[in-house]
Ligand binder design. Structure first.
Ligand code: G3P
Ligand code: CA
Length: 307
């Protein structure tokens, strides 16, 4: 029999399709999520932001220019505005300045220059409801895929009167995710959001962690000894060293009973010290990662199943 995995449960680690199969399609699009399911991902990951009318949509950023065609749309030319962000002042188009109807006129776009742009301009921006529909449709065909759902900037949205906790809980309830046995993780970089969510829901929570320099810029400090979440979502630099060795981060987190999900492995951008994505994945699996976010699910699943 194969050796047991070093995960907290001893089960194989989960492969999480990061923003869908985002290496192959513009992130957070229906074909991107469907490709991830076809390639064997265990979970698909929607990041969520909010529209002006309080609808949860699948976007990584609060601004729209990087992953949509908004900048090329004359009707929205006067909607570009400056905002203070944790990273400094930025001028852009912001999701919460647009209604869902307006967002639905935009088309998705690939933001990484090394990746194909053949799908640009063809795919809609999707709502959280539509992402859940993809998982529910797969379940109906006997293919269970989980949802690893990240609330982006919940503190900011709540400061402008757009709470994320209740809309997320209500949307999942209305879709019947629990009745359909769809596995769910709820993740965020913001501990206050996760605590507020956990006060209203029993779903497992993942505290995302970012390393230097962004932890300082965002004012986010983490102490795994004090965490009350189900687990952590750790940037891979917490585990992989540039000389090819690994840290004892996972061992320490496991000793606290915390799952460790690790982001993000990319076929087209392996980290320094690792020859390719396969080498990174193998190192993370050997170190005991409970889950790994990947932009190319086929690679993640193949390496996981070979280990
Ligand atoms: O959510 C874990 C991982 O996805 C964090 O990275 O891509 O959301 O910035 P990202
Ligand atoms: Ca994410």
């Amino acid at each position: 029999a194969p050796a047991a995995y070093g995960t907290l449960s001893g089960d194989k680690p989960i492969i999480i399709a990061h923003r869908g199969a985002s290496g192959l399609f513009p992130e957070h699009t229906i074909p991107g999520y469907e490709a991830a399911i076809d390639q064997g991902a265990d979970f698909i990951e929607p990041d969520l932001v909010m529209t002006k009318d309080g609808v949860l949509i699948a976007r990584h950023d609060a601004y729209l220019s990087a992953t949509t065609d908004v900048a090329d749309r004359p009707e929205f030319a006067d909607r570009k505005v400056k905002r203070e962000t944790p990273m400094g002042e930025m001028e852009d188009w912001w999701a919460d300045d647009f209604t869902l109807a307006e967002i639905k006129t935009l088309k998705a776009r690939q933001q990484f220059p090394s990746r194909t742009k053949e799908h640009d301009g063809k795919l809609d921006i999707v709502t959280f409801d539509e992402v859940m529909d993809v998982a529910l449709a797969a379940a109906k065909e006997g293919r269970t895929v989980g949802l690893h759902i990240e609330a982006k900037w919940p503190g900011y949205y709540s400061s402008v009167g757009l709470d994320m906790v209740d809309p997320m809980i209500e949307a999942m309830k209305a879709k019947g995710l629990e009745e359909a046995d769809i596995p769910v993780f709820i993740q965020s970089f913001e501990p206050e959001f996760l605590a507020a969510f956990a006060a209203k829901s029993d779903l497992p929570t993942i505290q995302n962690m970012v390393g230097p320099p962004y932890n300082k810029m965002l004012g986010l400090e983490y102490n795994i000894d004090e965490m009350t979440t189900t687990g952590v979502g750790a940037e891979k630099s917490f585990i992989l060293n540039a000389d090819g060795t690994t840290t004892d981060f996972i061992e320490k987190a496991h000793a606290k009973g915390l799952l460790v999900h690790v982001y993000t492995v990319r076929d087209d951008a392996p980290m320094a010290g690792y020859e390719n994505a396969q080498a990174e994945l193998t190192a993370l699996i050997k170190a005991g990662a409970d889950g790994i976010w990947v932009d190319y699910p086929e690679t993640g699943v193949a390496v996981r199943d070979a280990n």
